[in-house]
Design a protein around this ligand. Structure first.
Ligand SMILES: *Cc1c(COP(=O)(O)O)cnc(C)c1O
Length: 385
């Protein structure tokens, strides 16, 4: 007896760079500024609220769409911050993290042969979802100028064909730390005007925008919001990436299709976590205070690198800082990231890992969602390279 041959549906997928760099960091006792997760705890109050829900017996299947209290809290927050009122019964769905929201949004709307425009560098979960749907990814590279990364909307417009079904955007942007602004949303609206192209907007870092700027949520843009799946994640907002609870907001017709997939790939999301988060959301301070919390860490990290041979790119949002290293090394990004981990004992992620085609920009990404002492330890060596 032998295992039947299985033709992989995802030939391009191997072990992710995040797993590889985290392993390497562990082996070499390096400070891990690679993978994007906090090394500090969440608010104990949030844990208490989840515990209370468990003890109160909230341990069976939740409604398929999410518990009403959480959907209501999400709709209220989105309206307060971005001015669009989503119907919490028909337009908000609680998901198993943003990842499942993204995958289900793609699976419910992309047919075999449909093209999906992905702006690169791009977070790694878009392409496999497009592949599973039988879609064709159409990468458009971001522009890297003196002001950092930006989206070349003329190139996005030029990539549109009659087969284009969806455009994926991500703001604040992982890995670059760049953000879209109102003018970007207007440019995107111009690209999709008069077409049936859908927009998938990954906004998991919505509460991490710095220097007093506003998050340009697609839900804020009346024209785009009519055709958009807007995705966010409590993992990022509340320092609980391991909980995998997120949501998607979309007009009723799109939500109805989304739920057809959602109902059969996860059915429903962890019940006590939903109750705990719904109760915790009644206080807006934790997410309203997040920009100041992370901006301080960003500034600490940037100040520590200011006198170094790294060149800092802007970090307008997210908890990532990208740097050029050409004054330190001529190595390609993946090799430099490995060298940095082994020799300098600080793990970073090569930005080349976020492109579908070989692309070297001489840039690596650090994550500053770490305790100050972790950041200081990393800076001790980074500042001397
Ligand atoms: C972390 C992350 C996600 C996934 O969020 P989960 O809630 O952990 O599934 C999606 N998009 C981006 C850009 C991310 O950084």
């Amino acid at each position: 007896m032998s295992t039947p041959a299985l033709h992989t549906r995802l030939p391009a997928v191997g072990t992710t760079v995040f797993t590889r760099m985290s392993q390497l960091a562990l082996e070499h006792g390096a400070v891990n500024l690679g993978q994007g997760f906090p090394d500090f705890g969440c608010d104990p109050k949030l844990v208490d609220l989840v515990g209370e829900a468990m003890r109160a017996g909230q341990n069976q299947y939740a409604p398929m769409t999410g518990i009403p209290a959480l959907r209501a809290a999400i709709a209220a927050k989105v309206e307060k911050l971005y001015g669009r009122r989503y119907d919490d019964a028909a337009e908000i769905t609680v998901t198993n993290g943003a990842s499942q929201a993204i995958q289900s949004a793609i699976l419910c709307s992309v047919h075999p042969g449909d093209e999906v425009i992905v702006i690169e560098p791009a977070y790694d979960c878009y392409l496999p979802a497009i592949a599973l749907a039988g879609g064709v990814p159409v990468p458009v590279a971001m522009h890297i100028g003196s002001e950092g990364y930006s989206v070349p909307w003329d190139a996005v417009a030029a990539a549109v064909t009659p087969r284009t079904r969806m455009i994926v955007v991500n703001t604040p942007h992982n890995p670059t730390g760049s953000i879209l602004r109102a003018a970007d949303l207007d440019a995107l609206a111009a690209v999709v005007a008069g077409t049936d192209i859908l927009v998938l907007s990954d906004e998991v870092y919505e509460h991490m925008v710095y220097d007093g700027e506003q998050h340009a949520s697609v839900s804020r843009h009346p024209v785009l919001a009519e055709r958009a799946f807007v995705v966010s994640s409590f993992g990022k907002t509340y320092h609980v990436t391991g909980w995998k609870v997120g949501y998607v907001a979309a007009p009723a017709a799109l939500t109805a299709e989304f739920r057809k997939v959602h109902q059969y790939n996860v059915f429903s999301v962890n019940t006590p976590m939903q109750h705990g988060i719904a109760a915790y959301m009644q206080d807006a301070r934790p997410y309203l205070e997040l920009p100041a919390f992370y901006q301080r860490k960003r500034d600490l990290f940037r100040a520590g690198l200011a006198g170094s041979r790294f060149e800092l790119l802007p970090s307008n949002g997210t908890y990532f800082q990208c740097v050029r290293y050409d004054a330190i090394s001529g190595l390609p990004e993946a090799e430099f990231a490995t060298w940095l981990t082994v020799e300098a004992n600080v793990a970073a992620i090569p930005v080349s890992a976020f492109y579908s085609r070989p692309t070297e920009s001489g840039i690596v990404r650090f994550c500053f969602a770490k305790k100050d002492e972790t950041l200081r330890k990393a800076l001790e060596t980074l500042s001397r390279l």
